[in-house]
Design a protein around this ligand. Sequence first.
Ligand code: ZN
Length: 698
Amino acid sequence: MNNKDFQEILKGYGIPNFNKITSESIEEGIPILINILSDKLEALENKIDLNLKDNSSLTWESVIIPLHEIQESLRWSWGILSHLNGVNNNKKLREVYSNLLPEIIKFHNKINQNKVFFKAFKTLYKSKNIINNTQKRVLDCEILSMNNQGISLKIDHQKEFNKISQRLGELSTSFSNNVLDATNNWSLLLTKRSEVEGLPKRLLDIMATSAQKDKPKIDYKNGPWELGLDFPRYIPFITFSKNRALREKLYKAYVSRASKGINDNTKIIEEILSLRSKQSKLLGYKDWAELSLSSKMAGNIEEVENLLEELRFAAFKTSEEEIKALKECSQRNKSDEYLTFSPWDISYWSEILRKENFDLDQEALRPWFPLNQVLDGLFKLCERLFEITIKPSEEEVFSWHKDVLFFNVFENGKEIASFFLDPYSRPKSKRGGAWMDECISREKNLKGEITKPIAYLVCNQTPPSNEQPSLMSFEEVQTLFHEFGHGLQHMLTKIDYPQASGINNIEWDAVELPSQFMENWCYEKNTLNSIAKHWKTGEPLPEKEFNKLIKAKNFNSGLSTLRQVHFALTDIKLHSDLFIKSGISPNELRREIAKNTTILEPIKEDKFLCAFSHIFAGGYSAGYYSYKWAEVLSADAFSAFENILENEEMINTIGKQFKNTILSLGGSKSPNDIFKLFRGREPSTEALIRHSGLSKTI
Ligand code: ZN
């Protein structure tokens, strides 16, 4: 191995040299780094321990900065590996990643579960050496997070706590395995053409391939076709199939996944809820919901329920009308399905009604959204709102793929940040979806030198071909704006402490504010006009198409709001003390909540909790409400611009205000305080309700 290459992964600062970093150099380098850092960590722990014992005074400089240096060094190197694992995956890299992961977790635990550091944080928090509120908040959050992991429990309680944590880990793995197995174990072989009537070719292809198993010849026209419960088959089938009996069969299988037989999750749900309740009580909380909310922006369960109730109330009547419109659509189209309208008819008739109402063909709009033009419009918007300019880097920056772009961000002529943009889909080596990640966070060192933030922006949009540039769907444009919003918060931060700069230390239910805020601009006429120009002729998007986009935005928004409220309310109530004491089953509680949050009552086979992986196998327990919470914030923030869209001077003023509060202050203050600094008041649901086309009054 080239010795120089090996050093690249240990460098610890600056833009990583992707040209020289290889799977082999990572495999060799990271264990060495962990050893070096473990020694440093031990030395620091001993030093702090001595200081605590002889009561010498602790300072930010003697505790937090050296600890951060250790953590940052590992984050820098490990960050490269996990980034490459997402964008430039191969067998060797995956292997290196999964082999090293346990060591990394072990190292993090040495810090998170360290009693000396915990004591030092608490002592420091109370001392006069903590000079400002940002430091206080960073310490506060750190102490809370360590507390919530059981660090201050008495020995026997801690043992019990850890035992429960381990059991909860096992249960959530079994839960998701059951969902996966139940999903995969169901299939239905279709052989008659009447059974696949209405299905798009793309779906027939998938179903024919699935039916053929290993045989190479695929006959999507003559079948057979295999139906399954996975998303790529379930969603289009329930949307397009003209065969109602099959839609019913499929729907019933889908909503009853993992609710019977060997994959039954019913008991697992009960055990998870009871253990979570126990664990939260050990920590001194009333219930799991209180524990979850202790580190979030929402103050308490009532605040969450109030917000959900406001949205529910606004969405209910609209949802009734939406179902009525679907039934009328069925009647108009000479079908008798409206007479016994059922859950398996919603997607099907929605699709027909959508076509009738809007005639919007998203595919046909692509020529108006070439990537270059979209970026140009996005950058102009940022200039208009935040007085920053964005230019492609003139210097060569080594990246992980030839299609990756690198830009610099300027404010008052000074370069303040940079970002990588990896726009195109590469199914073989790149994870799906889109995301923003930190390459480097802003910080100011003791000498007063500032490290500029750098972001990774990753999308998975349509690649260019020989004949044409990357032509984006409107959805891809929105995704780019969304991730750019996260990127702006990372790059425009003015906070000097890396623990609270950019997106660091921001409460989980507030972190989607800037991203969803940016999405709103895709529907603003000036912005849309500057991004949507035909790639060949330069002609703007026709007014007719623009209006269709605006109208289609809120199609069935009552039903989708109500659905999210139903999930969120069920989640938060299941994790409340009230439920634990009630003696009713989770399914009974869910059905009770459904009375006010669904228009078509769940059918008796519907056991959706048994497949609600977000809260039983993901990180969303007593936090599902965050989706709606953040949408309320972003819609409310955007509404500050609504009445001034024709006034460039005002747009600039309010844009700067947004930059100087939401985008600049990161996690240095509570999100509620930051929101109030921008909006001059508490957040309100009014804007989201209005933007979704729902009504506050009945
Ligand atoms: Zn996001």
